[in-house]
Design a binder for this molecule. Structure first.
Ligand code: ADP
Ligand code: GLC
Length: 477
């Protein structure tokens, strides 16, 4: 079956978060299962640089009046997955972030940038024969690709069925209604039965309304977003589409995230030969300039610094966490206020708290390998990948009981299946108690090692989840 997978980022070409990990690994897993996958994303300069085996561009004309647009075929570096980069220098050839300009604000023309991505995908669906390849299904991800099913609807009903995956319902792609003509939609689309959401255009709403099927990235999140508390206003629409919405837990790329073969860490190790973890721990403590007592439980955090992730809970709980004898390594970037609070916390207690503010893929691997436990205190978490990486690295996750975190981590107090520590309330005290339980177990090395071994044996490879998408595509065709 031919599947066009559309995403605004994909590892290893370009990445700001978990969406890139998924878009890099899921299509590759589907390809291994025999599907004919193509991945489409914008031709950002970094993506053009890293893409391999680039071929002759296919001209798409100027679909949205933003200049000549071309599809550049190529391949992903590791998986060899076929890709199409949507090239429009006016929109994508810029220095800065994928979504944010150098001033830290959204690019002012994001509505056009991601409309063009969606338009190119829809053009391949409709006129694919011209390109020598026409998908049976198109799979769009998050608001940046939410217009794909709307364009298909506009062009005479969605003959090519679409799957729309919600990776995070909080990012809604909201724009002023006057963008409508510029993105090539008709005024009729701006209605409750269309892309209108509380007076704005929402690209997310478009995906939810027009797609043939909706998925999200964990079963628990699929339930949560049907509720008023977590539906962010979409719960009504989602309940209307109840039968079309399923939750499929993300998998992980077991080659990229493999302590037994990881080129970025000090010493490789595995569940059978766990000894090397100690060396990674020493290396990380040295790198982050943490002091003396090497038997202090070392807690890591690797995260975007946004409200969702509960980094403030860690900062508020820090005195209590340090009182329990822990050392803490915090890695991330985002909200400048949180960044400053993290810097201040490290400066106030440099021997016990270390911070790296920024984005560093290799350091993320060293933290996973070197820490004893990983903090993931999210207020909400559609799936979460860092706790899955942590399990694989024998780094016991301390997570809030929400979304995909509760679908992937079992509390040690539940007995023989426990792999980590869960807490319920998004409050520093609740997090601190979970850290307390982790420290108590850490002080019993034999028991700790038994849980580590169990965590490392959990299978979160993409194979199982890819199977669920494979079945879904078949149901649609
Ligand atoms: P989200 O997509 O909401 O950010 P996920 O847990 O699904 O959360 O994925 C986050 C991904 O981004 C992981 O691969 C994680 O290692 C990575 N990551 C987040 N922040 C950083 C950082 N500062 N440096 C390196 N990697 C990071
Ligand atoms: C989003 C979510 C995260 C999820 C990722 C990949 O960024 O915040 O929970 O793991 O997408 O699906």
């Amino acid at each position: 079956m031919k599947v066009l997978f559309v995403s605004s980022e994909a590892y290893p070409l370009v990445k700001t978060g978990g969406l890139a990990d998924v878009a890099g690994a899921l299509p590759a897993a589907l390809k291994r299962m025999g599907e004919d996958l193509r991945l489409m994303l914008p031709a950002y300069p970094e993506a053009l640089d890293k893409a391999e085996k680039k071929g002759r561009a296919i001209r798409l004309g100027d679909p949205l009046g933003t200049g000549e647009t071309r599809l550049i075929p190529g391949q992903m570096p590791d998986s060899g997955l076929k890709i199409w980069l949507v090239d429009n220098p006016e929109l994508f050839a810029r220095d800065g972030g994928l979504y944010l300009g150098p001033d830290g604000h959204d690019w002012p023309d994001n509505h056009l940038r991601f409309a063009l991505l969606a338009r190119a995908a829809a053009m391949v669906c409709v006129g694919g024969n011209m390109m020598g390849w026409k998908p049976d299904v198109v799979h769009a991800n998050d608001w940046q690709t939410g217009l794909v099913p709307a364009y298909l609807d506009q062009w005479g009903g969605s003959k090519v069925p679409s799957v729309f995956t919600i990776h995070n319902i909080h990012y809604q792609g909201l724009f002023d209604p006057d963008v409508i003509p510029g993105i090539g939609l008709r005024h009729e689309h701006f209605s409750m039965h269309g892309v209108e959401f509380h007076g704005s255009v929402s690209y997310l709403k478009s995906g939810l309304f027009y797609s043939s099927r909706i998925t999200t990235v964990s079963p628990t999140y699929a339930r949560e977003i049907r509720s008023t508390e977590q539906g962010t206003g979409f719960q009504g629409l989602l309940s209307l589409r109840d039968d079309d919405l399923t939750g499929v837990l993300n998998g992980i790329d077991c080659e990229t995230w493999n302590p037994a073969g990881d080129p970025h860490i000090a010493k490789r190790y595995s569940a059978a030969r766990p000894g090397g973890k100690e060396e990674n721990r020493t290396a990380l403590r040295r790198e982050m300039k943490l002091a003396g007592e090497s038997d202090a439980p070392l807690l890591g955090l690797v995260s975007r610094f946004v409200e969702q992730k509960g980094v403030d809970l860690v900062l508020d709980a820090l005195p209590g966490i340090l009182d329990k004898g822990c050392q803490v390594v915090l890695v991330g970037s985002g909200d400048p206020v949180l960044e400053q609070r993290v810097r201040d916390a490290a400066a106030a207690d440099p021997g016990r708290v270390a911070a790296f503010i920024g984005y560093d893929e290799n350091l993320a691997h060293r933290v996973q390998a070197g820490a004893d436990a990983l903090l993931v205190p999210s207020r909400f978490e559609p799936c979460g990948l860092t706790q899955l990486y942590a399990l694989r690295y024998g780094t016991l996750p301390i997570v809030r009981r929400t979304g995909g975190l509760s679908d992937s981590v079992t509390d040690v107090d539940e007995g023989e299946t426990g792999t980590g520590f869960l807490f319920d309330r998004a409050e520093p005290r609740s997090l601190e108690d979970a850290v307390g339980r982790a420290v108590a177990l850490f002080r019993k090395p034999k028991d700790w090692r038994a849980v580590q071994k169990r965590a490392m044996a959990r299978d979160f490879s993409w194979a199982r989840s890819a199977e669920a998408y494979h079945t879904l595509y078949r149901e649609l065709v």
